[in-house]
Design a protein around this ligand. Structure first.
Ligand SMILES: *[C@@H]1O[C@H](CO)[C@@H](O)[C@H](O)[C@H]1NC(C)=O
Ligand SMILES: *[C@@H]1O[C@H](CO)[C@@H](O)[C@H](O)[C@H]1NC(C)=O
Ligand SMILES: *[C@@H]1O[C@H](CO)[C@@H](O)[C@H](O)[C@H]1NC(C)=O
Ligand SMILES: *[C@@H]1O[C@H](CO)[C@@H](O)[C@H](O)[C@H]1NC(C)=O
Length: 582
């Protein structure tokens, strides 16, 4: 079909890209992902104290998914699932150990090059593709500049953003007390070393093997100094901003970064007005450490967290207005989601709430309770399907893969398992039921729970094989470890598994028993069979989050100046001063 259009275009003497842009079946794509946003944070999902008018407009003009499920309750795996349409365990992006995300940019793990993202397939169909913002799927393999896991290698023709996630260490003033203290320690250590050597010399203590002792003391002092200087500097090394393969700001200053990213996004739209494009705008907000540009600080009723949400909402509004200004709104599919639920353990040292709301759902990020995986899902495409509707069928963020790939004119790869399902039949109203009869909820590489929405009924069964041990016990978070883990010692195993029916108990408040639910055993039986089929379809792959792939490897560390200058630079040509329209 695409070829026919190409031919037609050639006959009519039109440029093919312009023609493709006019093909109603090949929309542009603008995909927004907010980091750690809770489903209860948005007006269109019932929040009445946070102002998110632009996002709410998307919901009004588009379709609101009310059972939209992230492929994992953590950033790195959830984003891998989103981009590839596959459960993260299939790409090795689900950790077999405790840590489930990258915390160091100079680690060697990442999304393997043989994985196909929807961006890559769209690009092959002539789409202009860009990722602006957070990546968090690896960077280098063997050298500090091989960029083997970089977004440019995964189908994003343009990249402006960070390879990691927003970290506390990247915030001026949020760097821990520890970090500030350490900045001064090396000088203290150096002074103490020199002083001791001098005193020993004066007291004659070192008369016997003076040179050896002096040399040893000198070496110890040097080693301690180097080590502490390194530790103090190291945390900020993670914080760099890239434009394609080049580090343009290290450490990056986050304060106005959302404004700069928004300006970059508008620039991308302006440049591609005549070509089909795919823009993935992946916000650094509202992950901690929280930030908001001066214009938004103090504006919300929910502290800095609410301010950050208002800034995200502003940015979404700018992009939607640009689509209208460029007369692209009609033929652009817009999607907005969050990578997982709110990070409930994020309470500042001063006791401020630095996390979002799961609404009526239980717990949050790092758990497979609904609060961890049920995320906002808004889709708008005026030229493609009617808006103003809710779809409550189970859908997944992995569904964007087949949806985008097919709309872009590519075919779904046949050489691998794709777990996402095309959303168009549901969105167009051609189908009432989701194709996700079963969804598998992993905690890292461990199958944690299974969701079963039988095709002939209204129940949505959810079966838990284990649940996280909360601390304090009566909370719904893991304050002792700052996130819940999936490994023995941190979880309670359930035999028989816990069973809920989300259609009757969306908050997962009361597990069912054989006494309260006659279908108890039958449901567990069906789920066990589905699980067995799913397991048989898994092919072992290298764990991209194995400890050896998470460690800091000095030779992989990007450094935009010299090490002597502590890898600092500011050479971002486009400081993106975007006038605020309100
Ligand atoms: C952020 O933008 C504001 C307003 O334009 C400006 O006053 C401030 O200096 C900027 N901050 C940084 C860190 O550049
Ligand atoms: C709205 O969001 C704020 C910030 O996350 C939260 O504190 C509040 O509880 C939410 N309101 C509702 C009704 O969920
Ligand atoms: C759905 O179909 C299964 C068999 O395929 C049957 O056992 C079950 O009772 C049906 N449920 C409803 C609600 O009709
Ligand atoms: C929660 O448990 C702690 C002890 O673990 C107790 O001190 C506290 O009162 C409990 N809070 C509620 C609301 O039950």
């Amino acid at each position: 079909m695409v070829r026919d259009w190409t031919l037609l275009c050639a006959l009519l003497g039109l440029s093919c890209s312009a023609c493709a842009a006019g093909d109603p079946r090949r929309p542009n794509f603008v995909l927004f992902m907010v980091d750690d946003l809770g489903i209860g944070d948005l007006g269109c999902y019932g929040n009445d104290t946070l102002k998110t008018s632009n996002i709410d407009r998307l919901a009004k003009e588009g379709v609101r998914l009310t059972q939209h499920i992230a492929s994992s309750p953590l950033c790195t795996p959830s984003r891998a699932g989103f981009l590839t349409g596959r459960y993260p365990i299939r790409s090795g992006m689900a950790s077999q150990s405790k840590v489930g995300v990258y915390i160091i940019s100079a680690a060697s793990g990442g999304l393997p090059s043989q994985e196909l993202t929807f961006a890559r397939l769209a690009k092959e169909q002539g789409y202009s593709t860009a990722l602006i913002g957070k990546w968090h799927l690896g960077l280098n393999c063997d050298r500090h500049d091989d960029l083997c896991h970089h977004p440019n290698r995964h189908g994003f023709g343009h990249f402006y953003g960070i390879s990691m996630t927003n970290l506390r260490d990247c915030q001026p003033g949020h760097g821990s007390v520890f970090q500030h203290a350490l900045t001064h320690v090396p000088y203290g250590a150096l002074a103490a070393g020199v002083l001791s050597v001098a005193l020993l010399h004066v007291w004659g203590v070192v008369r016997v093997s003076r040179r050896a002792v002096l040399a040893a003391l000198g070496l110890v002092t040097l080693a301690v100094t180097l080590f502490l200087t390194f530790v103090a500097t190291f945390r900020e090394l993670n914080c760099f901003l890239m434009r394609n393969g080049e580090v343009v700001e290290q450490p990056y200053v986050s304060e106005n970064l959302t404004r700069r990213m928004t300006a970059e996004a508008l620039h991308f739209l302006d440049k591609n007005v005549d070509k089909p494009f795919l823009l993935f705008l992946s916000f650094l907000q509202v992950h901690t450490a929280l930030f908001a540009s001066p214009h938004f600080r103090g504006r919300s009723a929910h502290g800095l967290y609410g301010d950050a949400i208002m800034e995200v909402d502003w940015s979404v509004g700018e992009v939607l207005r640009a689509l209208e200004r460029l007369q692209l709104a009609e033929q652009t599919l817009v999607y907005l989601t969050s990578d997982q639920g709110p990070h409930l353990e994020e309470i500042s040292v001063r006791g401020e709430v630095h996390h979002g709301s799961s609404g009526i759902y239980r717990a949050g990020k790092s758990t497979n309770w609904e609060g961890g995986i049920r995320v906002p899902g808004l889709l708008r495409w005026p030229g493609g399907f009617a808006g103003g509707r809710d779809i409550s069928e189970p859908t997944s963020n992995m569904d964007l893969f087949p949806t985008v790939v097919q709309l872009a004119g590519a075919t779904i790869p046949q050489d691998r398992e794709i777990d996402g399902r095309d959303l168009m039949p549901l969105l167009r109203g051609d189908s009432e039921r989701s194709e996700h009869e079963f969804l598998f909820h992993y905690c890292n590489a461990y199958l944690n729970a299974v969701r079963w929405a039988p095709r002939n009924g209204s129940a949505v069964w959810k079966v838990f094989f284990f649940t996280p041990i909360f601390y304090p016990e009566n909370s719904s978070a893991c304050f002792h470890t700052h996130a819940c883990f999936c490994t023995p010692g941190y979880v309670t195993f359930h035999q028989p598994p816990l069973l809920f029916d989300l259609s009757r108990d969306p908050s997962e408040s009361q597990p069912l028993t054989p006494d309260t639910e006659p279908a108890f055993h039958a449901v567990l039986q069906t789920v066990a069979e589905a699980t067995e089929r799913h397991r048989r379809g898994l092919v072992p792959v290298p764990d991209q989050l194995a400890p050896t792939h998470l460690l800091w490897k000095p030779w992989l560390q990007p450094c935009c100046s010299s090490w002597g200058q502590l890898c600092r630079c500011t050479r971002d040509s486009q400081q993106g001063e975007l006038p605020l329209s309100h």
